[in-house]
Design a protein around this ligand. Structure first.
Ligand SMILES: [Zn+2]
Length: 454
């Protein structure tokens, strides 16, 4: 049921609303916000536009978009968009995808409360047991070990702040991805935080990446990630975004790190977990310099604090976000209803027109037949009259021939004249009647065709 509503809403956002008069950007597959709509959604008090970027600022933050690039910035934090913004070169207007503007503006407008909401948080140290994960550049330890160290430290901090913490594993045990999501479901968790460390073939690669689930129908951040249909995790798109942004913003404050961005990917634990979820890739084990830092207890303590700070910030903002999301869903539902009504009205009108046309098709020939029948006796009478006068004409001509005296000739002649006049008048009358009947029939047909008398 949820899945259907969501799919519908997504389709709805892809459809141009009737009456919307926005110039179409290059890619009509996506729903867009115009520059003015985006400014309004973000409550921007200042906007700076160049041919390369579009910058909105309000009292709290600054958004920077680049033409044709999915990489964007919120203040100094890198955030990967679902769709690259487009600058319409003909009218110098920017277009930002509705999905990105909705996710960003709701996250950024959430108000922090003093106390964090007392959420139940599942912390998931990635890999474990027979699944070691990546090995360090020095081949001295495995990813599963550092994931567990960080997870335990994050959990301790959260517990101290009054939050409930559940671990998917506390030891070096093997656990499938499905089991990890199932633990969150069974324990009725409010949040799922998966902790990993990165690796790459390029040993220079370094820095922090934070992942949330890709919204349904959009490409993931890594090139070649195909769009997917609706997943259970997509019901939390707004919360996922706030959670990911809150954590990533803190993580990149670590010394000597690099901001690789808040990214979007359909990882199993993100798409199959029922509650808001995030997956952190905290540094590259394949980079010798970075892993040397990651091995130190100083780094581990700082990194755990940053992750915990981000989670706590989410917990402080979640009530405000949930209210905004509920209001947005309500207005989306209303827009959905309006759209359905519009379609239903169009359909009803089509059915009505088709029905009238059908009735006319059946009735006009019937009416024509009835009218034809009514004319028949009139026509017959006219024919009889014609025959009658023709006979008189013949009799009169005969009489004329037989007349000897000029007087009789004169009398007969005027008699013929008068008879001929009578015939002429009768014929004219009958022709007029016929014409009137034909015109009547046409009017009747017009009336049924158009519903109007001409
Ligand atoms: Zn991993």
């Amino acid at each position: 049921m949820h899945k259907f509503i969501f799919t519908f809403l997504i389709i709805l956002t892809l459809l141009p609303f009737p009456g919307a008069a926005t110039p179409a950007p290059a890619n009509p597959y996506f729903s867009w916000k115009t520059q003015n709509q985006a400014q309004k959604a973000f409550a921007a008090s200042n906007t700076v536009i160049t041919t390369e970027n579009c910058v909105f600022s309000n009292n709290n933050s600054t958004l920077r978009f680049y033409n044709g690039r999915r990489k964007a910035e919120i203040d100094d934090v890198t955030v990967w968009l679902n769709v690259a913004p487009e600058l319409n070169k003909s009218n110098h207007q920017w277009h930002i995808a509705t999905i990105d503007m909705d996710l960003l503006s709701l996250s950024l407008q959430s108000q922090a409360e003093k106390e964090p909401a007392p959420l139940k948080i599942v912390i998931d140290p990635g890999h474990g047991g027979s699944d070691s994960g990546a090995i360090t550049a020095f081949k001295d330890f495995y990813e599963k070990e550092i994931n567990l160290i960080l997870a335990k430290q994050v959990g301790k901090i959260l517990k101290r702040c009054g939050l409930t913490v559940i671990y998917t594993r506390k030891k070096d045990t093997t656990l499938s991805l499905a089991e990890r999501s199932a633990i969150a479901r069974r324990k009725k968790a409010d949040l799922f935080v998966s902790i990993h460390a990165n690796k790459a073939a390029n040993t220079n690669a370094c820095g922090m990446e934070t992942f949330v689930l890709t919204p349904s129908g959009y490409h993931g951040t890594s090139s070649g990630s195909p769009p997917r249909g609706w997943q259970i995790g997509n019901k939390n798109d707004y919360n996922n975004n706030l959670l990911g942004y809150s954590i990533h913003k803190e993580l990149i404050k670590l010394e000597n790190t690099m901001d690789r961005g808040l990214k979007r990917q359909s990882f199993f634990v993100l798409r199959e977990t029922h509650c808001p979820a995030v997956l952190i890739e905290a540094g590259f084990l394949s980079n010798k310099e970075e892993v040397a830092r990651m091995k130190t207890s100083k780094w581990q303590a700082e990194c755990s604090h940053k992750i915990a700070d981000g989670i706590i910030e989410y917990c402080r903002k979640v009530n405000s976000l949930n209210k905004a999301v509920a209001a947005k869903r309500k207005s989306d539902t209303e827009a959905n209803e309006q759209w359905q009504n519009y379609l239903a009205q169009k359909r009803d009108k089509r059915i009505k027109t088709a029905k009238v046309k059908q009735v006319d098709k059946e009735e006009i020939p019937q009416l024509a037949a009835v009218s034809e029948k009514a004319i028949q006796p009139e026509m017959a009478t006219a024919q009889t009259q014609k025959t009658k006068y023709a006979k008189v004409n013949i009799t009169d001509s005969k009489q004329l021939k037989e007349a000897a005296s000029p007087d009789l000739q004169y009398i007969s002649s005027s008699s013929i004249q008068s008879v001929a006049t009578n015939i002429y008048l009768k014929n004219a009358e009958s022709a007029t009647e016929k014409k009137t009947d034909n015109a009547g029939l046409q009017t009747l047909a017009d009336f049924y065709e158009t519903g109007k008398v001409k």
